[in-house]
Write a protein that binds this ligand. Structure first.
Ligand SMILES: [Zn+2]
Ligand SMILES: [Zn+2]
Length: 309
């Protein structure tokens, strides 16, 4: 079952010929979650062959142009394509006003509903869940209210061994109980421990995104032990004064957060156009956290490979 992150854009304030604005897609079992939506995100979705009709949930970290200006265009295209499914947008309340103004201005009568879910900039919140996973928002520290997101699979039931069902002629109720962790008392009255009947399920997988933000240690307990962390790294150490001024992080700071959170793998991105050579950032991060990788547009990170399973 897939759990992958595709980077659609990895630049900060201004795009370059190689890097589009912030956006990426998380694919969990062929459900697609779009995270941030900088200008021309819909073109990147096409370019990297993401089935964008399958995106029903969009998460927006904050209301700076480089993270939102692709939304009106994407929504307008969904309208032209005759989309029917509801589109859920998780963002600060002001985005709803902006999108309503755009719709009025364009006179667009969309054939689908947009359902807004307003984020809380002050505390960690469960903002979405389905039968398989949960999504949390948590506060970051930036020049405008900003949230990061944590995507986490739910704890799964144990898998019953195939041969056990026939051998003990289990009823549906027995099977449900055993999957939930119960032992079995067989016809001879003997207790068979659950561990002999079942195999452990896939460990729940997790992914966290922290952009845009200063070095902000308060996120560490929220994202503790995350499999894959995507942290912004707008500047190198030599440009750290710009990082402070614009309330962004350096690559080294991203690595410090990954280290403290015991993340398994780190992606750095949101690079400043000032950083002509991002390998400098990669080296600075890897000195502290060797499992660091660059968010280049179009790169796909597979959480299962991170875990070595
Ligand atoms: Zn930004
Ligand atoms: Zn920003």
């Amino acid at each position: 079952v897939s759990f992958t992150v595709t980077v659609l854009g990895s630049s900060s304030a201004l795009p370059t010929s190689e890097r589009n604005f912030s956006a990426h897609v998380l694919n969990v079992d062929e459900r697609f979650f779009l995270i941030d939506c900088g200008e021309a995100t819909q073109i990147q979705l096409r370019r990297f062959k993401i089935k964008f009709g399958r995106i029903n949930h969009i998460f927006i970290t904050h209301l700076h142009g480089d993270h939102i200006l692709g939304l009106p265009g994407l929504v307008s295209s969904y309208g032209l394509l005759g989309r029917k499914n509801d589109l859920h947008i998780y963002a600060f309340a002001e985005l709803e006003n902006m999108m309503n103004d755009f719709s009025k201005f364009l006179g667009a009568n969309l054939p689908f509903s947009i359902i807004f879910h307003h984020l809380d900039p002050h505390s960690t919140q469960l903002i979405y869940q389905n039968s398989k996973m949960e999504v949390y928002s948590f506060p970051l520290m930036h020049s405008s209210p900003t949230c990061g997101f944590l995507f986490k699979e739910k704890e799964k039931e144990r898998n019953i061994k195939k041969e056990v069902v026939d051998k003990h002629q289990l009823s549906v109720k027995d099977i449900l109980d055993i999957k939930a962790g119960a032992d079995l008392i067989n016809n001879a009255g003997k207790t068979i421990p659950n561990k002999d009947l079942t195999i452990s399920p896939h460990k729940p997988r997790s992914y966290a995104y922290c952009s845009d933000t200063l070095y902000h240690e308060a996120v560490v307990p929220v994202i503790k032990n995350v499999d894959l962390l995507y942290h912004e790294a707008t500047f190198s150490e030599s440009n750290s004064k710009y990082a402070q001024e614009t309330m962004h992080a350096t690559a080294k700071q991203a690595a410090q957060i990954a280290l403290k959170a015991k993340a398994k793998k780190l992606i750095i991105g949101h690079f400043s156009a000032r950083q002509k050579n991002v390998s400098v950032l990669l080296n600075e991060a890897r000195q502290l956290f060797p499992e660091t990788y660059l968010a280049n547009d179009g790169v796909v990170f597979n959480v299962d490979q991170v875990r070595g399973t």
